[in-house]
Ligand binder design. Structure first.
Ligand code: ADP
Length: 205
């Protein structure tokens, strides 16, 4: 459904331009192009999900400082944070753990990306790292729209999106958190969420 609907829409839209029912204005072409880019993003997400859900997922573990990695990830969101007038913060301890750096970067990128996406203008996105004796803890917090209580249990399922997100034009297909969960579990870690509608969410890895 997530792929078929936009493809069907694009096809009929382009058909109308070819049949000269609609004029191919730059705006209409731009809209098609935007939709194609979104589809291409969805396909990349599916590809990533397929990779991590492969039973033989091999982790290339090295010593990684989670705080340094948090800074790298937050840095990658600089322009999006600015666009939405969000305050991006990285706080907490240095915490060196043995993880697959690329996969862990993917985890944090997905969580920060959601925090940004579901934030309202002027909010705050904060990543806090805590170092305990036998583990590293990453907390990704936002002051955004929050998640309804009845959805909390299901958001880590593949393709699950809350009604609010479903009605949004932009956004993914509900794959990001499934990828997060799979990677975290492969590291024998856990990921949990606390959230309140209208106040924000906290994801803890
Ligand atoms: P996507 O964001 O592509 O829809 P995800 O798997 O990343 O897919 O998230 C699943 C759903 O969980 C989202 O559609 C959204 O409804 C909800 N969600 C995830 N993170 C947040 C957040 N930080 N704030 C509010 N809702 C969120």
């Amino acid at each position: 459904h997530e792929l078929r609907t936009p493809v069907a829409n694009l096809s009929s839209y382009m058909e109308m331009m070819i049949d000269e029912v609609l004029e191919p204005t730059p705006e209409r072409l731009q809209s098609c192009y935007g939709e194609l880019q979104r589809l291409s993003g969805l396909i990349s997400d599916l590809e990533r999900l397929r990779q991590v859900e492969n039973e033989n997922l091999v982790l290339h573990k090295t010593d990684v400082d989670l705080r340094e990695l948090s800074q790298v990830v937050m840095g990658n969101f600089e322009s999006q944070l600015r666009e939405k007038n969000l305050d991006g913060q990285v706080a907490g301890d240095m915490s060196v753990v043995s993880v697959d750096r690329d996969r862990m970067q993917q985890v944090m990128t997905n969580l920060v990306s959601n925090a940004v996406e579901y934030s309202t203008d002027g909010g705050c996105v904060r990543v806090t790292v805590e170092d305990t004796e036998d583990s590293g803890i990453i907390r990704v917090e936002d002051t955004g729209i929050g998640i309804p209580r009845e959805d909390l249990k299901r958001i880590f399922e593949r393709f699950y999106r809350t009604d609010k997100s479903r009605t949004r034009k932009t956004g993914g297909a509900g794959i990001g958190l499934a990828i997060v969960k799979t990677i975290v579990q492969a590291h024998r870690g856990t990921v949990t969420v606390e959230s309140e509608t209208g106040k924000g969410s906290v994801f803890t890895v």
